[in-house]
Structures are given as structure tokens and as C-alpha cells.
Write a protein that binds this ligand. Sequence first.
Ligand SMILES: [Zn+2]
Length: 287
Amino acid sequence: VLTPFREILEERRAAGAAAGAFTCYNGETASGVLRAAETAGVPAVLLVSAGSLRAPGGRFLLPMLRAAAERAGVPACVQLDHVADLDLARAALEAGAEAIMADGSKLPYAENVAYVRAVAAEAARRGAGVEVELGHIEGGEDVAAATAAGALTDPDEAAAFVAETGADCLAVSIGNVHGAYAAPPDLDWERLARIRELVDLPLSLHGASGLPDGDVQRAVSLGIAKVNVNAEIRARLLVELERRLPEAQPGANLLDLGGALESAVAEVVAAKLELLGGGVAAKEDAA
Ligand SMILES: [Zn+2]
């Protein structure tokens, strides 16, 4: 069921849980994500990257993901992940994105505010939501340097930033990074608690692939209402592809191969969703 981004996050926050947001590259990844969400009885955010939209055939991906979200048995929506390009954000909204992650985190503060406000205005016209980032969450290529260099979210600045931009969700940088971790990071819990005190919005945690389960659960208990997962899905897909390819090749059996990839994604996603809490099973336990 297509559901507004804001509504999904607020419902998860109220449930003391977090929404899982998973990068979808094609039909198999999307149906794997939604199958796991339906089994768990929790909502899901289907993430599409700017790179995917720009790729050949990218113009078909977003409408397909939106159709999948509409037909899902749980609340779902499509979000364009990390975009620093207003035109691409606009195109995604036109193609049916329910949310934009307006990433101006590499810009100086004032320019970041101006960029996010422009995206937020476009999104508001279509009833879509906006996620912002303050403090820069580095990519996986230079993990050690990124962590050492800091660039963590400043709680006071974050409070001012969300007030100025009218954002619906704030991505925090508390020592988390995108991609794989060389070693489990030392997340700055005090900083997260302080942000939580000052920012009354659902918070999101990116780079959750490879974080110890206990850290993810602790983050949710401290107010993280959305968790982005990408690297673990990609890694698992490639392992599955390598394993299944020899048996698929003789008969050129694409359907079985596609089904196996979908199941592999569903397994990764199911494990994450259980960590994020608030599912049908958890509700039954509480009753
Ligand atoms: Zn991210």
C-alpha cells in the first residue's frame, strides 16, 4: 500500500521501532524486500540511488518500484537516496518518488539550507517528504580517514537546520559510514541522545550494513526511526549469483535464478527487519 514517507516514519517512531530502507536495483531486489516486509508485517522504504536513475533504463526503474509499493501488502514508498542535483530530484518526484534524500552535506551550511529548501518546496507540491543530512557520512573507500576526520552531526546545528529547511527526517552522522566497516565503529551514543533531545523529527541511520546487531538495536532504542541498508544486499546478491550461475547456465534458466536472488534478498532483509522491531510477532508478544 503506497503510504506517505512521513506517515511510515512517524508510525515506526511511535511503535519504538525503525523502518527499514533498502536499496533496490531491479525487480528481484524490490520483490525480495517487499516479501520480507509482508512476512514480518512491517512497512518498507524502497530506495533508489541517483546512479540507478542515471543508468541506461533508469527511467523505468522508479515507476516499477512505485508500482511494487502500491501492490505491497504493507505500507511502502519509494525514496530517491542521496541526491545533490535539484533536476534529478524533480524528475524523481515526477516519476513517483514519495521522498527525496536531499544530500547537500558536502555544501557549506548556507548552501545546504538553500538546496534542501528548494527540494522541499518541490516535494511539498506533490505531498512527498524530504530527508536531510548534516555532518557528512563518508563512503566506504576511506573508512578510517572518514572516522578519524569526524564530520559528525552537531546537535545544535542540526536543530537549527531542520527548523530552517522543513525537513521530515534527519540522517545523523555519529561514526557510521557507508559500505563495509574494516572494524566495528565506535558510535557516538551521547551525540545521538543529544540530537534526539534537540531534534523532534524521525532520525535515520545510514551505513547500517555490517554494524553489530546490538548497535543497530541500541540506535533504535535511542530514537533512530529509519535504517538504510545497501551493502549487505549487494554482497549477498553476488554470492548467490556466483553459487547459482553454474546450475542456471546449462538450460539458461532465468526464472529459477531470479527466484533464488529474490529469496536471498528476502533473507537479508528479514534479518534486518527483525532487529528494527515493531513487527506482527513483536506486537503479539506485547499483547
Ligand atoms: Zn546513505
